[in-house]
Design a protein around this ligand. Structure first.
Ligand SMILES: Cc1cc2nc3c(=O)[nH]c(=O)nc-3n(C[C@H](O)[C@H](O)[C@H](O)COP(=O)(O)OP(=O)(O)OC[C@H]3O[C@@H](n4cnc5c(N)ncnc54)[C@H](O)[C@@H]3O)c2cc1C
Length: 710
């Protein structure tokens, strides 16, 4: 432990997180907390949690957030069980644990510390004790601390004349309430907004704003207008969240550890319009591409646990990743390839070949090779991007696993995959160590797939809390306890001034947020089109067949030539743009969805396709005389082509299909063809659709079924 003195001669102590992996959490203090690691007094929630900012998450598993009230209030925590700290603990006269002492600004000696709380105090008690002591600072008022005393009518009336802020938030409350002061400290690091508490006894203001509820909050704008904050609950976390999200309000000069050179070197990214309530296919595919082709491709040779981690990761993706059909095919074929790789070592060059796209395969196996961030795009290139994508992928996989199988079965399947992946491949080694420490502590307590979803959510929030205000935080995307109240009001509640999560509501929210219906294609790179893929495969299949037939039965081919031309016509016409052209033309069976044209995604008109298909077969049947086996083969190939169509179309699951903005209403199927479609999908059985409730719930239609098989 290292004692320092800052320019204001405040006593500063460098401290370590006693129960965690050992990160420095505070460098100077007017508040100091001592406890014994791994002893009965070890209470990180008590020691660290009291200064948490907007949304104080103090569930047992959460490490409290770093001090959002800096620089008005600094926090240090010291582990007196650590031999290296013994001398300083003795110097401060610490005999019991936990002990909390408050040092006013400009304190000079160990004896200046004021013991502030009883060990049984709640986190809310501790926060209030700090505020009470701050208010008693007198002449030693910390320069960075906002005014905490109640505002007068005069101060409010002249506020915009004397200040440059865009907004003034007034928290109307009873005199014994701490909400206003806590919100004022929560907003301390934010620019363009000021917060003042107004007591219910301030009649002029109460009357002017028509206040009837205490607490309640009002926002005043420079143009003189005002409104009551439309929050789900009249509580600190809701006010703080709302105010921090106001347009023009950003975390300002109190951002921690940001060097000016780092700011100068950065270049702003072109903004893209992303909706934070959606998931973007571009983010997901960019992340999978980066994991497989960049991170997994770094070691010269993969062996042992690292090779096992890659196999496990790809197997999990193949099982649960809701990709576009070509991406699905890519993952499935890579998974089979890896399963068949039984050598103890996998050289990088071999893996590099294995992860190449196979555009010409039937069906195509393509994972786009570009990196495009949409929902994960940072305001500058060094913010967000890949780590954001990696979190998103694993949240998605835990949710997909929870949707797709018995809850108790393999609860740790996805979490273990993530743990292995992060440990062996994630380039940010510090992140990997932190994550491993969290995993080692509690991951094995997860008993169901739903718990796995919640474990990842709560631990991601721990990371958010730890990183909030740090130099990796994108100022345009402040780290929040997620989902924030405007995304999921029912996920939040406050009990006796302490924020609580409603975990059942969080679970439902996560299942909805990380569902297929919430995926958006904006900015996703186009990959082979449904129609082209189908027609190309139909053409190749037919060509292959013809070759074979020519070899085997030249004579018969000659005789049937005329008839074959006739029977193949519908498909052939759609194969080529014009006679003799090698260019593929969009077949008439494919209607284009204008929203998807840019992406090359097609909406397949199954009605006209099946009409053509069966017309073609009927013609053949009419001409049937003795080559049944060949016609059966042709029909089978048509069915394969049909399966490709269905696989493509099935990427939009039936339930999202009907309501999906991806599909114009005019192209919604009739109920009958929808059922045929569903049954068709079941015939083809793309693995990723098996077990989808909408498919299973579809009424069985033997007529459709038989007509689709033949
Ligand atoms: C395993 C792991 C460990 C990491 N450890 C560190 C570290 O120790 N130090 C460090 O500096 N950086 C670490 N990072 C990176 C850091 O967590 C962020 O990913 C990065 O700073 C980008 O942040 P972001 O703002 O894009 O949001 P992210 O935190 O990356 O979140 C991505 C998206 O997920 C959603 N989301 C946010 N919170 C939750 C939640 N609780 N549950 C579900 N969804 C949520 C939001 O939509 C958000 O935009 C780690 C990343 C990973 C994947």
């Amino acid at each position: 432990m290292e004692a320092l003195r800052n320019p204001e001669q405040r006593l500063c102590v460098r401290a370590r997180h006693p129960c965690g992996p050992g990160g420095v959490i505070g460098t100077d203090l007017p508040v100091c907390c001592w406890w014994q690691a791994a002893g009965p007094g070890c209470s990180p929630a008590l020691c660290l949690g009291m200064l948490c900012g907007a949304v104080a998450v103090l569930t047992p598993s959460s490490v409290p957030c770093p001090a959002e009230w800096r620089p008005a209030v600094m926090l240090a925590a010291l582990d007196c069980a650590d031999e290296a700290n013994q001398q300083v603990c003795a110097e401060f006269g610490i005999t019991g644990f936990p002990t909390l002492k408050f040092f006013r600004a400009f304190s000079k000696k160990a004896e200046d510390g004021i013991r502030i709380a009883h060990p049984t105090a709640t986190v809310a008690d501790l926060r209030r004790a700090i505020i009470t002591n701050l208010e008693q600072s007198g002449d030693a008022w910390p320069p960075a601390c906002p005014p905490l005393e109640p505002a007068s009518a005069e101060e409010v009336h002249s506020f915009f004349h004397r200040n440059t802020e865009q907004y003034l938030a007034l928290i109307f409350e009873k005199s014994n309430s701490f909400v206003g002061r806590e919100v004022a400290l929560d907003l301390l690091q934010y620019e363009n907004v000021a917060v003042r508490r107004v007591l219910s006894s301030e009649e002029e203001l109460v009357e002017k704003f028509g206040v009837t509820t205490f607490p309640s909050a009002y926002l005043l704008l420079r143009n003189g207008s005002f409104f009551r904050l439309p929050v789900h609950a009249e509580a600190r976390s809701f006010y703080t969240y709302y105010l921090r999200a106001l347009s023009g309000v950003t975390r300002g000069s109190y951002r921690l550890n940001v060097t000016s050179s780092a700011i100068n070197e950065t270049r702003a990214l072109q903004p893209v319009r992303a909706d934070s309530s959606k998931l973007y296919v571009a983010d997901l595919e960019s992340t999978v591409h980066y994991t497989l082709r960049v991170e997994a491709g770094r070691p010269a040779v993969l062996a042992g646990a690292q090779l096992a981690a890659l196999k496990c990761y790809v197997a999990t993706l193949a099982k649960y990743f809701p990709g576009r059909p070509s991406v699905q095919t890519f993952l499935h074929s890579l998974d089979s390839w890896l399963r068949n790789w039984t050598e103890p070592e996998l050289p990088r060059s071999t893996l590099k070949e294995a992860v190449k796209n196979k555009e010409d395969a039937i069906p195509a196996a393509v994972l786009p090779t570009n990196i495009t961030w949409v929902g994960c795009r940072g305001s500058e290139p060094h913010f967000r991007g890949y780590p954001c994508g990696l979190w998103t992928i694993f949240h998605l996989l835990t949710v997909q696993a929870a949707q797709g199988g018995p809850d108790q079965e393999l609860p740790l399947e996805v979490l273990n995959t993530m743990r292995c992946y992060v440990k062996h491949f994630f380039g940010c080694q510090e992140c990997a160590q932190h994550f491993e420490a969290m995993a080692a502590k509690s991951m094995d307590q997860v008993k169901s797939r739903d718990e796995a979803v919640l474990w990842l959510w709560s631990h991601h929030n721990e990371v958010n809390a730890r990183l909030a205000g740090g130099d990796t935080e994108d100022p345009q995307f402040p780290k929040l306890q997620w989902p924030p109240p405007d995304m999921c009001p029912q996920c939040h509640r406050e009990e006796q001034g302490v924020h609580m999560w409603d975990e059942a509501a969080v679970l439902s929210f996560l299942k909805e947020h990380f569902s297929l219906g919430n995926l958006r294609l904006d900015h996703a790179i186009p990959i082979p089109r449904a129609g082209e893929e189908v027609v190309a495969s139909a053409r190749l299949v037919t060509a292959g067949l013809r070759e074979k037939e020519e070899e085997e039965r030249k004579e018969e081919e000659e005789r049937d030539k005329e008839r074959e031309k006739e029977t193949e016509k519908p498909v052939r016409e759609s194969e080529t743009g014009r006679p003799g052209s090698s260019e593929l033309r969009r077949p008439s069976i494919v209607r284009r969805n204008p929203r998807l044209q840019a992406l090359g995604e097609d909406i397949v008109d199954l009605d006209s396709f099946s009409e053509q298909h069966f017309k073609s077969k009927a013609l053949r049947a009419a001409g049937r005389h003795r080559r049944l086996s060949k016609r059966d083969t042709v029909a089978l190939h048509h069915d394969i082509a049909l399966c490709l169509v269905l696989r493509r179309a099935a990427w939009q699951t039936p339930e999202s299909w009907l309501g999906s903005p991806l599909l114009p209403k005019a192209q919604h199927r009739t109920a009958a063809s929808m059922h045929c479609y569903i049954i068709g999908v079941q015939i083809c059985r793309p693995a990723w659709l098996r077990g989808q409730p909408a498919v299973l719930a579809a009424p069985h239609r033997p007529s459709c079924y038989s007509s689709f098989i033949r």
